[in-house]
Design a binder for this molecule. Structure first.
Ligand SMILES: Nc1ncnc2c1ncn2[C@@H]1O[C@H](COP(=O)(O)OP(=O)(O)OP(=O)(O)O)[C@@H](O)[C@H]1O
Length: 254
């Protein structure tokens, strides 16, 4: 038999299909998300931008399987969250998504090594020190395995949380305002790190932000406006500029 070439999957890491979410008392429900559809393919850096109240958190909760859509579907690695029982949904979320939050969400009493290895420990496995060390090297934070979070700068804490999101091998990095609690320069470094992880290590990133400078580093920027996400308003890279993002925001009256 001839040797077969390794296949690189092009199946979307995340597919959001015709998502609707209503909130409010029965009979007086209001739409928070209206027919939202998009995909994130492997090795891509996709950004969702939207003003306060546009439905970003609602969308993130649905993607994470923490909330259920009124109608529509979320697929992670080709599997539909809605079709799974609770325990399997939790496992799929855990195995598919590494989360990066604005306030880092590191456990203060655990060392850097323990924080980074957490997703593996939660699976009931023992995180290998060498693997944690290698993951920290991927985010440019070598030699701080034994530090506690309070001994680190904000930018370093965010690197730890990115390492934690990568450590378990989840295919999607979901970053919710990852620079929101950082100085401008530390924020820029974090964004450049995310860009490098995509370009050089084939990571896949979904970034949610209202920061045009951060959004401009993505391959594609989607705009969520009053719960709508219209494909024709999306910006496509490569080499998007902050000016392009500002212009589209002005066009959409955001
Ligand atoms: N559980 C809920 N019950 C009723 N309304 C809700 C609920 N959750 C969200 N909403 C409403 O849905 C809309 C979108 O909220 P959401 O928190 O998703 O927006 P957001 O874009 O994340 O805003 P922000 O950037 O300020 O966090 C808001 O008008 C909000 O009041």
């Amino acid at each position: 038999m001839p040797p077969t070439a390794p296949t690189v999957s092009t199946r979307p890491v995340l597919a959001v299909e015709n998502l609707y979410r209503f909130h409010g008392p029965k009979g007086r429900e209001v739409p928070v998300l209206t027919d939202v559809s998009f995909q994130v393919e492997p090795g891509r850096f996709v950004c969702v931008m939207g003003p306060s109240g546009s439905g970003k958190s609602t969308l993130l909760h649905l993607i994470a399987g923490l909330d259920e859509p009124s109608t529509g579907d979320v697929q992670l690695a080709g599997r539909s969250l809605g079709e799974l029982p609770e325990a399997e949904r939790t496992r799929l979320r855990r195995d598919s998504i590494g989360f990066v939050f604005q306030f880092f969400n590191l456990l203060p009493n655990l060392t850097v090594e323990e924080n980074v290895g957490l997703p593996i420990a939660i699976r009931g496995e023992k995180p290998e020190r060498a693997h944690v060390e290698k993951t920290l090297a991927r985010v440019g934070l070598e030699g701080r395995l034994d530090a506690l979070p309070h001994e680190l700068s904000g930018g370093q804490m965010q690197r730890v949380s990115i390492a934690r999101a990568l450590c378990g091998g989840q295919p999607l990095l979901l970053c919710d305002e990852p620079t929101g609690n950082l100085s401008q320069s530390a924020g820029l470094e974090i964004m450049e790190l995310l860009r490098r992880l995509v370009d050089e290590q084939n990571a896949t990133v979904l970034l949610v932000t209202h920061n045009p400078r951060d959004a401009a580093l993505a391959d594609r920027v989607l705009f969520l406006v009053d719960g709508h996400l219209d494909a024709e308003h999306a910006l496509e890279g490569p080499d998007l500029t902050v000016e392009q993002v500002h212009a589209r925001l002005a066009e959409l009256h955001i």
